[in-house]
Design a binder for this molecule. Structure first.
Ligand code: ASN
Length: 482
């Protein structure tokens, strides 16, 4: 009887997660869309000091949505993840200073262009590099999946430079400023804006951008003609009533933006904490929420795997070994992308980032937990099983009443260790657009350029939470020993 319950536990867990998945395209029907964007791409997309997403793209979309009467949820992430979210059907549209290219037209439908752009190349201010020929043998920093990166890749052999990739623009610029790489290629208005806001970069081809092109809003090819039509109508309307010009002027004509690199702000640690209080708090809460849900479900999953691993029937032991082997062997980031971007495109379902994140934690941390749980049960002296059996208990009863209780006590330190690892691993989920503590740090650094202080604050917050978690776990451990 008990054995049967255990067999059902695994599918039940999977069913529970599947139940959490929303039905595909339910959102489109009621004119509520999920729109992906680049989290850090000023002046197109960035967070202001109140934590609101602003910028040319954000303001244009808000004005267009208002005119057209649709609503949307904005999902800021890396540019690469944003475009993949749309091509896999996870998001309905993307607005991210995205350049319209022929190659992209194979995968996306673009709305009418909303801004003209071109590719600039820039070095650190004061650099001696002034021509592409001088890049020979040097390293260039690029942002993954962008038109700037694509252009640099196309001339790489001709000029003989090496390439290094990052997932957000701010890290690219810092790499150049810090001298780890000598130049970067990216959108002209974005680099100009960064310079205007104090970044020590200089553009080499200021008057002569490569590959002039247009920015466009995009949806997955063939998937959402109604949204494209609405965007086009709305864009024409805001151009006609002057809203469009106001938005462009607001971000591009201002002498120095007060949004990014705001020098008037207090940049002491205290000042940063104070002016970003809400962002830190929201990020921390999201991290804690992910951690708690992740720990509870991963522990349950791990316990099931561990028990399956010591059952008598070789099928269950094999099942446990295979699942542990598979999910323990896969890098967590790959698993997160597979669940968030890979699965939806073949299954035709939308998996919200939070659900994808929790599933990643459950599978990955659960596999590790399963391994030590199985080991813990196996570590219980074999005489215990023999003694229990000789007292007339069945194998299952002996497992349940004798082996499992003793094994669980042995595992307490491993559980505590795994809890801490789970908390730290949540930071990887920033890659699929979950706005937890690490992603919060990235957004704040983009705004205030105070990398050292912001990352120090984030590190201390993690340490404090880990200390509290350890104290709590130790307390529980003492109680289980008593
Ligand atoms: N301009 C870039 C591109 O189209 C977009 C970005 O980096 N957000 O690839």
């Amino acid at each position: 009887m008990r054995k049967i319950k255990l067999i059902w536990a695994l599918p039940a867990l999977v069913a529970l997660v599947l139940l959490c998945l929303p039905k595909p395209s339910a959102a489109a029907a009621d004119k509520h869309y999920v729109i992906a964007s680049d989290a850090t791409y000023a002046p197109y997309d960035f967070q202001d000091k109140h934590g609101d997403y602003v910028g040319i793209d954000q303001d244009l979309l808000a004005a267009i949505a208002k005119k057209e009467g649709f609503t949307y949820t904005m999902k800021p992430m890396t540019f690469n993840a944003a475009t993949q979210s749309v091509s896999s059907g996870q998001a309905d549209g993307v607005i991210a200073g995205m350049t319209i290219t022929d190659e992209r037209k194979q995968v996306f439908d673009f709305a009418d262009p909303y801004y003209q752009t071109g590719i600039a190349w820039a070095t650190a201010s004061g650099s001696r590099i002034h021509s592409l020929e001088q890049l020979k043998g040097k390293t260039v920093a690029l942002k993954t999946g962008t038109s700037g990166a694509e252009y640099a890749e196309s001339i790489r052999n001709q000029y003989g430079f090496n390439i290094k990739y990052f997932s957000d623009s701010d890290t690219v610029y810092r790499d150049v400023i810090n001298g780890n790489s000598v130049a970067t290629f990216g959108d002209m208005p974005v680099i100009q804006y960064a310079i205007k806001n104090g970044l020590k970069l200089s553009i080499v081809n200021q008057k002569d951008p490569f590959e002039a092109g247009d920015n466009g809003f995009a949806v997955k090819k063939g998937a959402n003609p109604a949204l494209i039509a609405a965007f086009n109508r709305g864009l024409a309307a805001i151009k006609a009533d002057g809203t469009y010009d106001k938005i462009i002027a607001k971000y591009l004509n201002a002498k120095q933006s007060t949004f990014v690199g705001d020098k008037s702000n207090n940049t002491s640690v205290w000042g940063i904490l104070k002016s970003n209080r809400q962002a830190f708090l929201d990020g921390l809460l999201q991290t804690l929420y992910l951690t708690v849900v992740g720990i509870v479900l991963a522990s349950l999953f791990g316990l099931v795997l561990g028990v399956l691993g010591v059952m008598r029937h070789p099928f269950f032991r094999g099942l446990s070994t295979t699942i542990i082997y598979f999910f323990r062997g896969m890098p967590m980031l790959v698993l997160a992308f597979f669940i968030y971007i890979g699965l939806p495109s073949v299954l035709d379902v939308k998996i919200p980032a939070f659900v994808a994140g929790v599933l990643t934690l459950v599978l990955n941390e659960g596999a590790y937990t399963g391994a030590f749980v199985r080991g813990g049960f196996a570590a219980v002296d074999s005489g215990q099983m023999e003694a229990a059996r000789s007292l007339g208990l069945s194998h299952g009863q002996a497992l349940r009443r004798v082996i499992i209780p003793q094994g669980l006590k042995l595992m307490v330190p491993s559980f505590i260790n795994q809890f801490i690892i789970t908390l730290k691993d949540t930071s990887l989920l920033s890659a699929i657009g979950i706005l937890e503590l690490t992603q919060t740090g990235t957004l704040i650094v983009t705004r205030n350029s105070q990398g050292f202080r912001v990352w120090a604050i984030i590190a201390v917050i993690y340490l404090v939470v880990i200390t509290l978690l350890t104290l709590l776990s130790n307390w529980v451990e003492k109680r289980t020993r008593a």
